[in-house]
Design a protein around this ligand. Structure first.
Ligand code: GTP
Ligand code: MG
Length: 335
Protein backbone atom coordinates (compact mmCIF):
# COMPACT_ATOMS: atom_id res chain seq x y z
CA UNK A 1 0.00 0.00 0.00
CA UNK A 2 2.75 2.45 0.89
CA UNK A 3 4.41 1.69 -2.41
CA UNK A 4 1.27 2.54 -4.37
CA UNK A 5 0.75 5.66 -2.36
CA UNK A 6 4.26 6.87 -3.12
CA UNK A 7 3.84 6.34 -6.85
CA UNK A 8 0.54 8.15 -6.71
CA UNK A 9 2.13 11.07 -4.89
CA UNK A 10 5.02 11.35 -7.37
CA UNK A 11 2.74 11.50 -10.36
CA UNK A 12 0.66 14.14 -8.64
CA UNK A 13 3.69 16.18 -7.76
CA UNK A 14 4.91 16.36 -11.37
CA UNK A 15 1.46 17.47 -12.46
CA UNK A 16 1.97 20.54 -10.24
CA UNK A 17 5.13 21.82 -11.89
CA UNK A 18 3.51 23.81 -14.65
CA UNK A 19 0.99 25.57 -12.39
CA UNK A 20 3.65 26.43 -9.81
CA UNK A 21 5.92 27.83 -12.52
CA UNK A 22 2.97 29.83 -13.85
CA UNK A 23 2.39 31.33 -10.40
CA UNK A 24 6.09 32.19 -10.17
CA UNK A 25 6.03 33.85 -13.61
CA UNK A 26 2.97 35.88 -12.68
CA UNK A 27 4.79 37.27 -9.63
CA UNK A 28 7.98 38.34 -11.43
CA UNK A 29 7.96 42.13 -11.95
CA UNK A 30 7.76 43.34 -15.54
CA UNK A 31 10.70 45.19 -17.11
CA UNK A 32 8.60 48.35 -17.12
CA UNK A 33 8.26 48.20 -13.36
CA UNK A 34 12.03 47.76 -12.95
CA UNK A 35 12.58 50.82 -15.15
CA UNK A 36 10.16 52.86 -13.03
CA UNK A 37 12.03 51.84 -9.87
CA UNK A 38 15.29 53.00 -11.45
CA UNK A 39 13.73 56.32 -12.43
CA UNK A 40 12.51 56.91 -8.89
CA UNK A 41 15.96 56.08 -7.53
CA UNK A 42 17.54 58.55 -9.99
CA UNK A 43 15.12 61.27 -8.87
CA UNK A 44 15.93 60.60 -5.21
CA UNK A 45 19.65 60.68 -6.00
CA UNK A 46 19.34 64.13 -7.56
CA UNK A 47 17.44 65.48 -4.58
CA UNK A 48 19.78 63.96 -2.01
CA UNK A 49 22.97 65.11 -3.75
CA UNK A 50 21.77 68.71 -3.85
CA UNK A 51 21.67 68.71 -0.05
CA UNK A 52 24.49 66.25 0.76
CA UNK A 53 26.90 66.18 -2.24
CA UNK A 54 28.98 63.30 -0.85
CA UNK A 55 26.06 61.05 0.05
CA UNK A 56 25.20 57.93 -1.95
CA UNK A 57 22.00 55.96 -2.35
CA UNK A 58 21.92 52.16 -2.48
CA UNK A 59 19.01 49.90 -3.29
CA UNK A 60 18.65 46.97 -0.93
CA UNK A 61 15.89 44.58 0.09
CA UNK A 62 13.90 42.49 -2.32
CA UNK A 63 14.01 44.87 -5.30
CA UNK A 64 17.82 44.60 -5.28
CA UNK A 65 18.16 40.97 -4.20
CA UNK A 66 15.94 39.72 -7.07
CA UNK A 67 13.40 38.34 -4.57
CA UNK A 68 10.93 41.18 -5.12
CA UNK A 69 7.52 40.28 -6.45
CA UNK A 70 5.63 42.66 -8.68
CA UNK A 71 4.45 45.87 -6.96
CA UNK A 72 6.84 45.57 -4.01
CA UNK A 73 7.98 48.62 -2.13
CA UNK A 74 11.58 49.61 -2.72
CA UNK A 75 14.14 49.86 0.09
CA UNK A 76 16.82 52.54 -0.20
CA UNK A 77 19.81 53.17 2.02
CA UNK A 78 21.31 56.67 2.26
CA UNK A 79 25.03 56.31 2.95
CA UNK A 80 26.42 59.45 4.49
CA UNK A 81 29.86 59.93 6.06
CA UNK A 82 30.78 61.45 9.39
CA UNK A 83 30.99 59.94 12.85
CA UNK A 84 28.74 62.41 14.59
CA UNK A 85 25.74 62.46 12.28
CA UNK A 86 22.32 62.74 13.85
CA UNK A 87 20.07 60.29 12.01
CA UNK A 88 16.83 61.87 13.19
CA UNK A 89 17.90 65.30 12.02
CA UNK A 90 18.87 63.99 8.61
CA UNK A 91 15.64 62.03 8.24
CA UNK A 92 13.55 65.08 9.13
CA UNK A 93 15.49 67.27 6.68
CA UNK A 94 15.15 64.57 4.02
CA UNK A 95 11.40 64.40 4.61
CA UNK A 96 11.17 68.18 4.05
CA UNK A 97 13.11 67.99 0.81
CA UNK A 98 11.00 65.12 -0.53
CA UNK A 99 7.75 66.81 0.40
CA UNK A 100 8.73 69.99 -1.41
CA UNK A 101 9.33 67.93 -4.53
CA UNK A 102 5.75 66.66 -4.57
CA UNK A 103 6.43 63.16 -3.36
CA UNK A 104 3.36 61.86 -1.51
CA UNK A 105 2.69 60.40 1.95
CA UNK A 106 6.11 61.51 3.18
CA UNK A 107 6.63 60.43 6.78
CA UNK A 108 9.75 60.39 8.94
CA UNK A 109 9.64 57.49 11.42
CA UNK A 110 12.54 58.52 13.62
CA UNK A 111 11.66 56.25 16.56
CA UNK A 112 11.34 52.97 14.66
CA UNK A 113 13.83 50.11 15.29
CA UNK A 114 15.29 51.04 11.91
CA UNK A 115 14.46 54.77 11.53
CA UNK A 116 13.23 55.60 8.02
CA UNK A 117 11.49 58.09 5.79
CA UNK A 118 8.54 56.65 3.88
CA UNK A 119 7.24 58.11 0.65
CA UNK A 120 5.13 57.35 -2.39
CA UNK A 121 5.85 58.42 -5.94
CA UNK A 122 2.55 59.75 -7.33
CA UNK A 123 3.61 59.13 -10.95
CA UNK A 124 4.26 55.39 -10.66
CA UNK A 125 2.52 54.58 -7.38
CA UNK A 126 5.76 53.02 -6.09
CA UNK A 127 6.31 53.27 -2.32
CA UNK A 128 9.77 53.59 -0.89
CA UNK A 129 11.48 53.41 2.53
CA UNK A 130 14.76 55.27 3.01
CA UNK A 131 17.04 54.39 5.92
CA UNK A 132 20.47 55.76 6.82
CA UNK A 133 23.81 53.94 6.84
CA UNK A 134 22.32 50.46 7.08
CA UNK A 135 25.29 49.01 5.23
CA UNK A 136 24.83 45.50 6.60
CA UNK A 137 21.45 45.30 4.90
CA UNK A 138 23.10 46.26 1.60
CA UNK A 139 25.59 43.42 2.06
CA UNK A 140 23.07 40.77 3.06
CA UNK A 141 21.08 41.84 0.00
CA UNK A 142 24.15 41.09 -2.14
CA UNK A 143 24.50 37.66 -0.50
CA UNK A 144 20.88 36.84 -1.34
CA UNK A 145 21.25 38.09 -4.91
CA UNK A 146 24.41 36.01 -5.38
CA UNK A 147 22.64 32.87 -4.12
CA UNK A 148 19.75 33.55 -6.49
CA UNK A 149 22.12 33.45 -9.47
CA UNK A 150 23.38 29.96 -8.70
CA UNK A 151 20.18 28.01 -9.23
CA UNK A 152 16.85 29.23 -10.62
CA UNK A 153 14.93 27.03 -8.21
CA UNK A 154 15.81 29.31 -5.28
CA UNK A 155 13.92 32.26 -6.73
CA UNK A 156 11.01 30.04 -7.74
CA UNK A 157 10.74 28.50 -4.29
CA UNK A 158 11.16 31.83 -2.45
CA UNK A 159 8.51 33.59 -4.57
CA UNK A 160 6.03 30.80 -3.87
CA UNK A 161 6.84 30.73 -0.14
CA UNK A 162 6.59 34.54 0.12
CA UNK A 163 3.31 34.53 -1.80
CA UNK A 164 1.98 31.81 0.51
CA UNK A 165 3.14 33.71 3.61
CA UNK A 166 1.49 36.96 2.46
CA UNK A 167 -1.76 35.22 1.50
CA UNK A 168 -1.92 33.37 4.83
CA UNK A 169 -1.03 36.38 6.99
CA UNK A 170 2.23 34.94 8.32
CA UNK A 171 4.54 37.64 6.90
CA UNK A 172 3.82 40.24 9.61
CA UNK A 173 6.70 40.83 12.01
CA UNK A 174 4.64 43.19 14.15
CA UNK A 175 2.20 40.31 14.72
CA UNK A 176 4.95 37.88 15.62
CA UNK A 177 5.36 36.09 12.32
CA UNK A 178 8.39 36.14 10.02
CA UNK A 179 9.89 38.78 7.69
CA UNK A 180 10.31 38.17 3.98
CA UNK A 181 14.05 38.22 4.60
CA UNK A 182 13.68 35.35 7.10
CA UNK A 183 11.67 33.29 4.60
CA UNK A 184 14.34 33.73 1.91
CA UNK A 185 17.02 32.63 4.40
CA UNK A 186 14.89 29.55 5.18
CA UNK A 187 14.71 28.74 1.45
CA UNK A 188 18.48 29.12 0.98
CA UNK A 189 19.17 26.87 3.95
CA UNK A 190 16.68 24.31 2.71
CA UNK A 191 18.36 24.13 -0.71
CA UNK A 192 21.81 23.85 0.92
CA UNK A 193 20.48 20.78 2.77
CA UNK A 194 19.09 18.84 -0.23
CA UNK A 195 21.06 15.78 -1.30
CA UNK A 196 22.65 16.33 -3.74
CA UNK A 197 22.84 19.96 -2.59
CA UNK A 198 21.18 22.55 -4.80
CA UNK A 199 23.08 25.48 -3.26
CA UNK A 200 26.62 25.65 -1.82
CA UNK A 201 27.54 27.53 1.34
CA UNK A 202 29.19 30.70 0.00
CA UNK A 203 30.49 31.79 3.42
CA UNK A 204 32.40 28.51 3.87
CA UNK A 205 34.20 28.86 0.54
CA UNK A 206 37.40 30.80 -0.17
CA UNK A 207 36.26 34.45 0.04
CA UNK A 208 36.47 36.59 -3.09
CA UNK A 209 34.54 39.42 -1.46
CA UNK A 210 35.23 40.82 1.96
CA UNK A 211 34.19 43.93 3.87
CA UNK A 212 34.04 44.85 7.53
CA UNK A 213 30.95 46.70 8.68
CA UNK A 214 30.21 47.70 12.28
CA UNK A 215 33.05 45.36 13.37
CA UNK A 216 31.43 42.43 11.58
CA UNK A 217 33.55 40.74 8.95
CA UNK A 218 31.41 39.86 5.93
CA UNK A 219 33.31 37.53 3.64
CA UNK A 220 32.12 35.05 1.05
CA UNK A 221 32.73 33.60 -2.38
CA UNK A 222 30.91 35.85 -4.83
CA UNK A 223 32.10 34.64 -8.25
CA UNK A 224 28.81 32.88 -8.66
CA UNK A 225 29.12 32.75 -12.44
CA UNK A 226 31.51 29.84 -11.81
CA UNK A 227 28.82 27.96 -9.87
CA UNK A 228 25.97 28.05 -12.34
CA UNK A 229 25.75 24.27 -12.64
CA UNK A 230 26.36 23.58 -8.97
CA UNK A 231 22.89 22.12 -8.41
CA UNK A 232 22.57 20.29 -11.70
CA UNK A 233 23.09 16.82 -10.18
CA UNK A 234 19.90 17.35 -8.22
CA UNK A 235 16.91 16.96 -10.53
CA UNK A 236 14.18 17.92 -8.08
CA UNK A 237 11.52 20.14 -9.54
CA UNK A 238 9.83 23.15 -8.01
CA UNK A 239 6.70 21.17 -7.07
CA UNK A 240 8.78 18.57 -5.21
CA UNK A 241 10.72 21.31 -3.43
CA UNK A 242 7.61 23.19 -2.34
CA UNK A 243 6.24 19.91 -0.98
CA UNK A 244 9.49 19.10 0.84
CA UNK A 245 9.92 22.65 2.19
CA UNK A 246 6.54 22.63 3.92
CA UNK A 247 7.04 19.05 5.03
CA UNK A 248 10.34 20.02 6.63
CA UNK A 249 8.90 22.97 8.58
CA UNK A 250 5.74 21.03 9.49
CA UNK A 251 7.19 17.71 10.62
CA UNK A 252 10.98 17.48 10.38
CA UNK A 253 12.49 20.58 11.92
CA UNK A 254 13.52 20.14 15.55
CA UNK A 255 12.09 23.34 17.03
CA UNK A 256 13.31 22.49 20.52
CA UNK A 257 17.01 22.14 19.70
CA UNK A 258 17.93 23.39 16.22
CA UNK A 259 19.06 26.63 14.66
CA UNK A 260 19.21 26.89 10.89
CA UNK A 261 22.41 28.52 9.69
CA UNK A 262 23.08 29.63 6.13
CA UNK A 263 26.51 30.85 7.28
CA UNK A 264 27.71 27.31 8.00
CA UNK A 265 25.36 25.55 5.56
CA UNK A 266 24.17 23.31 8.38
CA UNK A 267 21.94 22.97 11.40
CA UNK A 268 23.55 24.07 14.64
CA UNK A 269 22.32 23.59 18.18
CA UNK A 270 20.50 26.15 20.31
CA UNK A 271 22.80 25.10 23.14
CA UNK A 272 25.86 26.18 21.18
CA UNK A 273 24.35 29.65 20.61
CA UNK A 274 22.95 29.93 24.11
CA UNK A 275 19.52 30.41 22.60
CA UNK A 276 17.83 27.99 24.98
CA UNK A 277 15.82 30.42 27.06
CA UNK A 278 14.01 33.69 26.71
CA UNK A 279 16.27 36.72 27.16
CA UNK A 280 14.40 40.03 27.23
CA UNK A 281 11.96 39.83 24.36
CA UNK A 282 13.93 37.25 22.37
CA UNK A 283 12.23 33.89 22.76
CA UNK A 284 13.99 31.68 20.22
CA UNK A 285 10.97 29.49 19.45
CA UNK A 286 12.05 29.15 15.82
CA UNK A 287 15.71 29.86 15.32
CA UNK A 288 17.06 31.38 12.11
CA UNK A 289 20.59 32.72 12.35
CA UNK A 290 21.36 35.91 10.42
CA UNK A 291 24.26 35.16 8.03
CA UNK A 292 26.37 38.08 9.32
CA UNK A 293 24.91 39.28 12.61
CA UNK A 294 25.30 35.85 14.14
CA UNK A 295 23.88 36.86 17.51
CA UNK A 296 20.72 37.90 15.70
CA UNK A 297 17.88 35.37 15.56
CA UNK A 298 15.51 36.29 12.72
CA UNK A 299 12.87 34.28 14.55
CA UNK A 300 13.12 36.44 17.67
CA UNK A 301 9.82 38.18 16.84
CA UNK A 302 7.91 34.90 17.15
CA UNK A 303 6.09 34.51 20.49
CA UNK A 304 4.25 31.64 22.13
CA UNK A 305 1.03 32.47 20.25
CA UNK A 306 2.44 33.18 16.84
CA UNK A 307 4.61 30.04 16.89
CA UNK A 308 1.38 28.03 17.03
CA UNK A 309 -0.10 29.99 14.15
CA UNK A 310 3.08 29.53 12.13
CA UNK A 311 3.38 25.79 12.75
CA UNK A 312 -0.29 25.22 12.01
CA UNK A 313 0.18 27.06 8.73
CA UNK A 314 3.20 24.89 7.84
CA UNK A 315 1.12 21.79 8.62
CA UNK A 316 -1.82 23.07 6.63
CA UNK A 317 0.46 23.73 3.63
CA UNK A 318 2.14 20.31 3.94
CA UNK A 319 -1.29 18.64 4.12
CA UNK A 320 -2.52 20.49 1.05
CA UNK A 321 0.61 19.56 -0.92
CA UNK A 322 0.08 15.92 0.05
CA UNK A 323 -3.66 15.43 -0.36
CA UNK A 324 -5.45 18.32 -2.00
CA UNK A 325 -6.57 17.81 -5.60
CA UNK A 326 -5.93 21.47 -6.39
CA UNK A 327 -3.06 22.66 -4.15
CA UNK A 328 -2.11 25.63 -6.30
CA UNK A 329 -5.37 27.32 -5.39
CA UNK A 330 -5.87 26.06 -1.86
CA UNK A 331 -2.35 26.88 -0.69
CA UNK A 332 -2.82 30.61 -1.34
CA UNK A 333 -6.41 30.99 -0.16
CA UNK A 334 -6.71 34.14 1.96
CA UNK A 335 -6.88 33.32 5.66
P1 GTP B 1 9.51 42.38 0.62
O1 GTP B 1 9.60 43.87 0.84
O2 GTP B 1 8.40 41.72 1.37
O3 GTP B 1 9.51 42.00 -0.82
O4 GTP B 1 10.85 41.74 1.19
P2 GTP B 1 12.31 42.26 1.47
O5 GTP B 1 13.28 41.25 0.94
O6 GTP B 1 12.49 43.65 1.01
O7 GTP B 1 12.44 42.06 2.99
P3 GTP B 1 12.17 42.97 4.19
O8 GTP B 1 11.25 44.08 3.84
O9 GTP B 1 11.82 41.99 5.28
O10 GTP B 1 13.61 43.54 4.52
C1 GTP B 1 14.32 44.38 3.63
C2 GTP B 1 15.82 44.15 3.80
O11 GTP B 1 16.21 44.56 5.09
C3 GTP B 1 16.25 42.70 3.68
O12 GTP B 1 16.49 42.32 2.37
C4 GTP B 1 17.49 42.70 4.51
O13 GTP B 1 18.56 43.16 3.73
C5 GTP B 1 17.18 43.70 5.58
N1 GTP B 1 16.63 43.07 6.78
C6 GTP B 1 15.34 42.84 7.08
N2 GTP B 1 15.21 42.29 8.28
C7 GTP B 1 16.42 42.18 8.76
C8 GTP B 1 16.93 41.70 9.99
O14 GTP B 1 16.23 41.25 10.90
N3 GTP B 1 18.28 41.76 10.11
C9 GTP B 1 19.07 42.25 9.15
N4 GTP B 1 20.37 42.27 9.35
N5 GTP B 1 18.64 42.71 8.00
C10 GTP B 1 17.33 42.68 7.81
MG1 MG C 1 11.19 45.33 1.11
Amino acid sequence: RTFKLKIHCRIDIHRLNAPFLAIYESLVPAEEEKAQQKQLLALLERLVCKEWPKARLYLYGSCASSFGVSRSDIDVCLAIDGGDINKSEILLRLADILQSDNLQNVQALTRARVPIVKLMDPVTGISCDICINNVLAVINTKLLRDYAQIDARLRQLAFIVKHWAKSRGVNETYQGTLSSYAYVIMCIHFLQQRRPAILPCLQEMEPTYSVTVDDIECAFFDQVGKLCDFGSRNKETIAQLVWAFFNYWAYRHDYANSVISVRTGSIISKQEKDWTRRIGNDRHLICIEDPFEVSHDLGRVVDKYSIKVLREEFERAAGIMQYDPNPCVKLFEPY
